[in-house]
Design a protein around this ligand. Structure first.
Ligand code: GLY
Length: 368
């Protein structure tokens, strides 16, 4: 097992990475769970796969699990589910000293974290991420949110978990498409600032996706350590360091919006394609060698992720696609900061990107 400290000021916590952590949940929580009902928020798919393991771990140690089981999917990150979840926590008489458990992927973590942030002005919560994407990215760092009609993650709070337990055993029951989708966020860490890790992905990504346990532990722990460093340096995304984690996300969110945040394009698939677009746009501006951008595209394709926007069958042009970006929460005085690359492992924050130029680039990509 790897234990990675996240040194956020005033609220440091640990991310534990290893196989079998859910079955040993109470031991790893080390006294945080009180002899009171333990609220657990999850979705129906995760509950079917892991509910019994978690319930047994709790009841064997004398705790009483109380479940709130939400419909799977992005639709649960809504005002309606937030309100119903908060009402449920209040009906359960949750106290500030309790720890709410978030058992699921990014949707459950984001919704539960936001509910925990606002119930009684802030309760503790523990992230039990059950997707690769949540393990390497969304469960760490305290970003919590819901989606609204105006866009994704536009309402939320920074609220750090008290603990993250990333049980690698859950990856064995994850559908292959979900696993690949999470792999996009793994590759992202290499592209941002770690060319050696991108080379590791080239050499080991396929075996990791195929199920090699040691490679999975290495990748998750390595990525969590990278994220922990970034979050410790720039918790609230004010200095530009944490913004690098948005590589591929501005293009990706626009693609998700255009496809209706649906199963047609999963978040990680959108990020994978978004990273390819960021690389190709960087190359088009002469910032990054074209060969490096095509290396990124090849890696993404070989991982079974989308790398070609024209293959999505979108019924829109570059202007319509870039219009989704106007709702991006990173908009600053009318301009949108973009994460671009000077090379593999050399991402940077660009503040001089014109949306009209992005629209023209997307028109070229849509016609590719
Ligand atoms: N997922 C990006 C971040 O945590 O900042």
């Amino acid at each position: 097992m790897a234990v990675i400290p996240v040194d956020v000021a005033g609220r440091p916590y640990e991310v534990r990475v290893g196989a079998g952590l859910l079955a040993e949940l109470v031991t790893h929580c080390r006294g945080r769970l009180r002899k009171r009902p333990v609220p657990i928020i999850t979705d129906a798919n995760v509950h079917a796969a892991w509910g019994q393991v978690v319930a047994k771990a709790l009841t064997d140690a004398g705790h009483e699990p109380r479940w709130r089981i939400l419909p799977p999917g992005e639709g649960s990150k809504s005002w309606e589910q937030l309100a119903a979840t908060v009402d449920w926590l209040l009906a359960e008489e949750v106290e500030r000293g309790d720890h709410i458990l978030a058992l699921g992927g990014g949707v459950i973590g984001d919704l539960t974290g936001f509910a925990a942030a606002i119930v009684k002005r802030g309760c503790h919560f523990i992230q039990l991420p059950t997707s690769l994407l949540a393990q390497v990215d969304s469960s760490v760092g305290g970003k919590t949110a819901i989606n609204t009609a105006a866009g994704k993650n536009l309402v939320g709070a920074f609220h750090q978990p008290a603990l993250v337990l990333a049980d690698l055993a859950v990856l064995d029951t994850l559908p292959a498409r979900e696993l690949r989708s999470g792999y996009a966020e793994v590759v992202k860490y290499g592209l941002i600032g770690d060319a050696d890790f991108f080379a590791w992905c080239d050499a080991n990504g396929a075996a990791m996706l195929a199920g090699d346990a040691a490679l999975r532990e290495y990748a998750v722990a390595h990525n969590v350590a990278a994220k922990a460093r970034i979050v410790a340096e720039d918790e609230r995304e004010t200095s530009g360091t944490r913004a690098l984690l948005n590589l591929g996300h501005t293009f990706g969110h626009a693609l998700e919006a255009e496809t209706g945040f649906s199963q047609r394009l999963l978040h990680g698939e959108a990020v994978a394609l978004g990273m390819v677009l960021a690389a190709r746009y960087s190359a088009r501006r002469g910032l990054m060698p074209h060969a490096s951008a095509e290396h990124v595209a090849r890696h993404v394709t070989e991982a079974g992720l989308p790398s070609d926007v024209s293959a999505l069958g979108l019924n829109c042009d570059g202007t319509a696609l870039s219009a989704h970006m106007l709702h991006d929460k990173k908009m600053d005085a009318g301009t949108l900061p973009f994460i671009l690359m000077k090379g593999i492992g050399e991402a940077f924050l660009a503040k001089d990107v014109e949306l009209s130029d992005i629209a023209a680039f997307l028109d070229e990509e849509l016609a590719r």
